[in-house]
Design a protein around this ligand. Sequence first.
Ligand code: ADP
Ligand code: MG
Length: 332
Amino acid sequence: MRSWSLCGELFLTAKAQRPAKMSQNMSRIVIAIGGNAILNPTRGSPVEQQRMIDETCREIAQIIRKGYDVVLTHGNGPQIGNILAMQEECGLVHPQPLDVCGAETQGMLGYSLQQSLDNRLTEAGIKKQVTTVLTQVIVDESCSSFENPTKPIGIYYPENRALRMMAQGIKMIHDKKGYRRVVPSPEPLQIVEIDLIKKLIKGDATVIAAGGGGIPVIRKNGLLVGIEAVIDKDLAGSLLASDVGAEVFLILTDVEKVALNYGKENQLDLDEITVSEALRYMKEGHFGKGSMEPKVLSALGFIKKGGKRAIITSLDKALPALLGTAGTRIIA
Ligand code: ADP
Ligand code: MG
């Protein structure tokens, strides 16, 4: 049995090697777009989400214009939470299992990103095809997060509603803001469609893959079967970045820099940190569990496997961060 943190450690201790087939491309960059950053879980509307996606894609089109070979991935926390809430509210149709809800968010956000980036590239006079790959990711069903889920997703529920849901067997946690559903979040082990993704990249497409961390699946007697969980998109993005031989793994979220003493009076924003500094700060508890910690862990995993640079910054700072004038860089 593995706990999530142990899964995280496994992520860090993964073999420090690059795939033999795809050598490191000096201008390849994997960009992970935060689900919360494009949709505020409580205030965000579809119009707002599209506006954030359009702005982000404008930035990404500029990165492509500079000659970078971009592969995109994205989170889905608020979006999958909304699907679950809609299912519960309706009560008239059978709810879909969590892996299917994850697939829905890949289609929904893949569509929005694909169309928006296509439009922004057209506006910038760049001829390039954008495509979304519905991506499955293998997980280990013996990961302890299946027995003891701790990953909160979706909206906060009022107490009476939460108690009813818990009576139906839905696992929830209670924090200072209220009750939230928790689900298993196993470590991503292998991207099922990776060879296809590499072929599309080689064919000069801009690929959107492993959205929402990928659809969690296991292999049973050699066959793929969906499993009810969500995968952390930062960890899956890191795996994708290593698999496609990216030089840079760029994580876009809603803060410009990673900070020490985050949210406190003595907050200190970081410009550049080494792997060993990041590990020390992580141990000291500077990075929020389930928010900044998986980003830093993913950055470390990427560097450990031979990536050159990981950068964490806000959606609107993607290009300046790549040019070294914004964000937090994590280097060997
Ligand atoms: P995303 O959807 O982009 O993954 P998250 O909410 O999961 O967004 O993670 C980003 C959040 O991490 C920020 O909004 C911030 O509140 C939080 N955070 C926690 N620790 C830190 C830290 N040390 N420095 C900066 N942000 C932090
Ligand atoms: Mg997150």
